[in-house]
Design a protein around this ligand. Structure first.
Ligand code: FAD
Length: 310
């Protein structure tokens, strides 16, 4: 059995494994795909002390760093079930899709999340070529340009307000008859001079030229009319889905499916911790996930020294 078993190999899981191994305790890491969302990222400009890097480069640097330590890395392994210990300090079990079962005195859940996609033509084709999901990450790439934000919930409206200060013009497109964001955010958005708000708008296609986004088409859901907007970027803000379906019923999740954690990364199960995008931590970013993974690991170590099996 492990002392610490980390599920997930993104920034949170990598940090957790390194912090655990540095305590000299037996550490395992199982990940469906080592690197996580970072592997899908082009340029990264907000990892402090690294002014510029690229996703695949950061993934191999994380992998190299984890491999500096005695971590049992099980890549390409999907966890399917968590069976919590029957007694505090006892062994938790994690079942993998390949039928194997791993046991550990503490578990750190760091299975991350995925952006919900619109599923319209052009979205996949122009991903990272004008189609973006993270305003904190990619907003500055569209300085002075025209962008759309898809989605009028809190994240969409926050993104539109944020982007309006950087880009030339923002068109927000909400599917419903009205935006769903908090009124204070809507009011702020309406006060901005370079923002158009379209409600009852259904995005039907992202169009491009020369391999880059050049506009989008949307349908007015009340009149059925099709419209075209010329722009250089589209930020899709229709939800971040945590990879926690496999934990349902075994651990406390928020209404959005995030693992509920406190400031010590403790979950509803003693000895099970969680970190990163899969959790209720506000703001989902690489540097935050790395910090959260480290914190979860230190909490797991603290748990171990207070609940020794003997
Ligand atoms: P993830 O990176 O999502 O990693 C989750 C890990 O868990 C993966 O290894 C995955 O395979 C594994 N996993 C999932 N389910 C299971 C399972 N059932 N069993 C086993 N393993 C499982 N952030 C920035 O700070 N700067 C940026 O520039 C930036 N750009 C981004 C660009 C894009 C296109 C995207 C999608 C995200 C971007 N982000 C950026 C956000 C950043 O990537 C995430 O905040 C960060 O990766 C979260 O780390 P994590 O470890 O919590 O989760």
């Amino acid at each position: 059995a492990f002392d610490v078993l980390v599920i997930g190999g993104g920034p949170a899981g990598s940090a957790a494994a390194i912090y655990a191994a540095r305590k000299g305790i037996s550490t395992g890491l199982a990940a469906e795909r080592f690197g996580g969302q970072v592997g899908d990222t082009m340029s990264i400009e907000n990892l402090i002390s690294v002014p510029y890097t690229e996703g695949p480069k950061l993934v191999s640097a994380m992998e190299q760093h984890v491999n500096e330590y005695d971590v049992d890395v099980m890549n390409l392994q999907r966890a399917e079930k968590l069976i919590p210990a029957e007694t505090k300090g006892g062994l938790h079990e994690v079942r993998l899709a390949n039928g194997a079962s791993l046991k550990s005195r503490t578990v750190i859940l760091s299975t991350g999340a995925r952006w919900r996609q619109m599923g319209v033509p052009g979205e996949e084709e122009y991903r990272n070529k004008g189609v973006a999901y993270c305003p904190h990450c990619d907003g500055p790439l569209f300085k002075g340009k025209r962008v759309a934000v898809i989605g009028g919930g809190n994240s969409g409206v926050e993104a539109a307000i944020d982007l309006a200060g950087i880009v030339g013009h923002v068109t927000l497109i909400e599917f419903g008859e009205q935006m769903r964001a908090d009124e204070v955010l809507q009011k702020k958005l309406r006060s901005l001079g370079n923002v158009d708000i379209i409600t009852s708008g259904q995005t039907t296609e992202i169009v491009g030229e020369n391999g880059k986004v050049s506009g989008l088409n949307y349908k007015d859901r009340t009149t059925g009319e099709e419209h075209h907007v010329e722009l250089e970027g589209v930020f899709v803000q229709i939800g971040l889905v945590p990879n926690t379906e496999w934990l349902k019923g075994d651990i406390e999740l928020s209404q959005h499916g995030e693992v509920v954690i406190n400031e010590r990364n403790e979950t509803s199960i003693p000895g099970v911790f969680a970190a990163g995008d899969a959790t209720t931590v506000p703001y989902k970013q690489i540097v935050i996930s790395m910090g959260e993974g480290s914190k979860a690991s230190l909490s797991a170590f603290d748990f171990l020294i207070r609940n020794s099996a003997e």
